[in-house]
Design a protein around this ligand. Structure first.
Ligand code: NAD
Length: 499
């Protein structure tokens, strides 16, 4: 296919590299001619590197380089004369993220290119429908949302606008699949699929920080070791840039008319104003640059506890932590928290407050066990409980008492947001899981992840969080509660209705 890529910045050059590698002819244009020259050198260098590393053959790289055509202007009507002046069948725009700029570009292209040329926008936050509405023929435009770096990030969101003609999204999805990436079709809604699904983790991480449940480094360690995420939420925001993350959080929350589940924290605004973006400004949640440890900070340790202190547990999930002998009067009491707090367990069951602590059952069987302390826990009880939990070589995190625990709340939020996406029909359940694993790098898709914990158990977690906090953020979606009641996997699609 002959594809014109307009905008030769970070995304445009990535899209061009991906497309020429897949065998397409790519015309590259930009408002700044030097950007095109830079992008052509960039793609050449990337292909050269691929040859050196044995990932592609010399002949294939030469063919790909020859298929890249630099244009003087985005509005060239007779494109490359060497290619018989063929018009592009598709234009992908990756210019400035501004509705006016994008609309002006497409209306200009509409005047010089044949009616049959399909238009695609790589916008990450604008409405595809609103961009299309500025065209004489809105039916020819759809969203084609790539991720950075394009050749490595295999996911592409195909976003039909409200007026997109039938056949256009299908053509784009087929092109993406035939060119080695994975298309998912997503409704034209704020954040599309990946940026919407990603709100679950980061908004909840900020909620935990707001409530002083734990510091950012502790939350990151728990996210990595208990949930198996490659990066903790704060480490991830430092990489993405907090300015970018904060703006996506606000856009998605505003776009969904302040849905509680997507509610952002007050915390990022001042950090952004202070330039604490993350890696790119060398200061974020962590410090970067020479001599700085970044997220690999040494972990504070609680030392000197007695690993043999007697332990009584109040739930079968914690049986492995109980002492075999009869419990003396000063035994530690460990309660499993599942959407509930230690304080509530103490009050409801009359437990000794100074030596009762919580353990996150989700953390058992992972490299890190998570202990919750209340305002009444005695210091010796904390030290001994840490020593008990550390037996067998486990890392131990100590966090403050909250409904649930850090990992539970992060997972509950990820799952609840994802089921909200499914419920709104924004994407098919299977595509939600694929998009989250490919686009966000989570170890599992959120629906499949919830199924490994158990739909009913996930539902009881969210119900308990909702009851204990009263916060509508934790109200489980009907998608989740109904499937849990029916004993069906959360990936079960909506039943079709008669027309
Ligand atoms: P960038 O700043 O790196 O590149 C934009 C390029 O567009 C520049 O070279 C600029 O000269 C050119 N440009 C601006 N106005 C133009 C016009 N009217 N005509 C022709 N060229 C013009 O930006 P980017 O990061 O590549 O982002 C481009 C688009 O892709 C944006 O819509 C952005 O939201 C979207 N996007 C970005 C990412 C990302 O991670 N960077 C991911 C997905 C989508």
């Amino acid at each position: 296919m002959r594809i014109r890529v307009v905008g030769a910045g970070t995304m445009g050059r990535g899209i061009a590299q991906w497309a020429v590698t897949a065998g397409h002819t790519v015309e590259l244009a930009d408002a700044r001619p030097e950007a095109v020259a830079d992008a052509v050198s960039f793609v050449r260098a990337m292909l050269e590197r691929a040859v050196e590393k044995g990932r592609t053959s010399r002949a294939a790289a030469d063919r790909a380089v020859a298929a890249l055509v630099a244009l003087d202007s985005p509005y060239d009507s007779a494109s490359d004369p060497a290619a018989d002046g063929d018009a592009p069948e598709l234009v992908i725009e990756a210019v400035l993220e501004d509705l006016e700029v994008k609309a002006e570009l497409f209306t200009g292209l509409e005047r010089v290119l044949p009616d049959s040329t399909v238009f695609a926008t790589n916008t990450s936050s604008l409405s595809v429908t609103r961009i299309g509405a500025r065209l004489a023929d809105p039916g020819r435009l759809a969203g084609l949302h790539f991720f950075n770096p394009v050749p490595l990030m295999k996911l592409v969101e195909v976003v039909p606008g409200a007026a997109t003609r039938e056949g256009v999204p299908e053509m784009l999805a087929a092109l993406v699949a035939d060119s080695g990436h994975r298309p998912v079709t997503v409704a034209d809604t704020p954040g599309f699929l990946v940026n919407h699904a990603g709100r679950g983790l980061v908004t909840e991480a900020f909620a935990l920080l707001e409530e002083s449940v734990a510091g950012h480094a502790a939350i990151d360690r728990i996210a990595r070791d208990v949930l198996g995420l490659r990066m903790g939420p704060f480490e991830l925001m430092d990489l993405t840039g907090l300015d970018v993350t904060a703006s996506v959080m606000d856009t998605v929350w505003d776009g969904f008319r302040h849905a509680d589940r997507l509610r952002p924290s007050y915390l990022p605004a001042n950090r952004v104003a202070a330039g604490r973006y993350g890696r790119k400004s060398l200061r974020g949640f962590y410090a970067y640059g020479e001599g700085e440890a970044g997220p690999s900070l040494p972990e504070p340790r609680v030392e000197g506890g007695d690993p043999a202190r007697a332990v009584r547990v109040t739930g079968a999930e914690l049986a492995e932590l109980a002492s075999a002998a009869a419990s003396p009067d000063d035994a530690l009491v460990l309660v499993p928290t599942w959407g509930t707090s230690v304080a509530t367990a103490i009050a409801e069951s009359g437990l000794p407050a100074e030596r009762t602590l919580g353990v996150d059952p989700l953390s058992l069987g992972t490299p890190r066990r998570v202990l919750a302390v209340t305002a009444a826990t005695r210091e010796d009880a904390v030290r001994d409980a840490v020593a008990v939990l550390a037996r067998g070589g486990h890392a131990v995190s100590v966090v403050r008492d909250t409904a649930g625990s850090v990992a539970q709340r992060l997972l509950a939020s990820i799952v609840n947001v994802a089921t909200g996406i499914a419920e709104r029909g924004i994407a098919a359940p299977a595509d939600i899981d694929v998009a989250v694993t490919l686009g966000l790098g989570y170890p599992r898709g959120p629906l499949a992840w919830a199924d490994t914990v158990g739909g009913a158990r996930m539902c009881s977690l969210l119900r308990a969080l909702h009851t204990e906090t009263g916060d509508p953020r934790y109200r489980p979606t009907p998608w989740l509660t109904h499937r849990a009641s029916l004993g069906l996997p959360l990936s079960t699609p909506m039943p079709p209705l008669p027309e």
